[in-house]
Design a protein around this ligand. Sequence first.
Ligand code: FES
Length: 273
Amino acid sequence: MENPYVPYKAQITEVKDEVKGARPIKTFRIKLVDRDRFDYKSGQGCLVSVFGRGESWFTIANSPTRPDLEFSVLKTGKVTAKLHEMKPGDIVGIRGPLGRAFPLEDWKGMNIVTIGGGIGQTPLRSIYQYVIDKEKDYGDLMIIYGARTSRDLVYKDELFKLIEDGYNVQLSIDNPEKDWKYFVGFVPDNVKRLKPNPKDTIAITCGPPIMIKITLNVLRELGFREDQIYTTLERRMKCGLGKCGKCRIESYYVCKDGPVFNYAELSAMLEKV
Ligand code: FES
């Protein structure tokens, strides 16, 4: 049995600037060295280690139906700062896949609505890529996504390409900008305006806690039941294995019991966060 604390060696093969400026975000494409890619499911994460700096948790940003592994990294601390300096060819460590995934198998035949804010789009990207790749298994897909400004939107090229290809992608920014032709306002207001139909639909939301909280209320007003709403939480993780207690919220270990939670579990937690 492999030691879950020992990382696999992986090589960065591509680095893409998603967002520049004071809070930069880069997406890294990573290939495992000397082994096949491990099996994972949308919603799961990995602990990525930069040797000599430490480890950080990232949700896997691409669907298991796509090649390699992708992580989108917001520069916030010493591990992410070092990662932002890394180039294709550099080696990192990977522990994972970790955590509970979205039950995409159970959602077969349903319509899927993803509602994201800022870098919270990462796990949702894995879902919409999966649903697009297995489109016969699912109903309609609606991607609702917003950020503070157009410069803060991640996966822009991919999203604009999806719009071009006829997918239902609904973008927003918080304040008006010249040449912006999509919605202006907060993400939950866009959800209110678009009124996704709850019939046979699963809604998954991820973003800043306040956005999640308001979005949950909007979805409930639109008639979504608790079992139709999911989200994923980001916490500081250390062991990633439900042992150290670092990621604990009430009686839940986000690394092991999550990061995916349904509405019933989440509303109980948000009351206390
Ligand atoms: S990170 Fe250690 S218990 Fe979750």
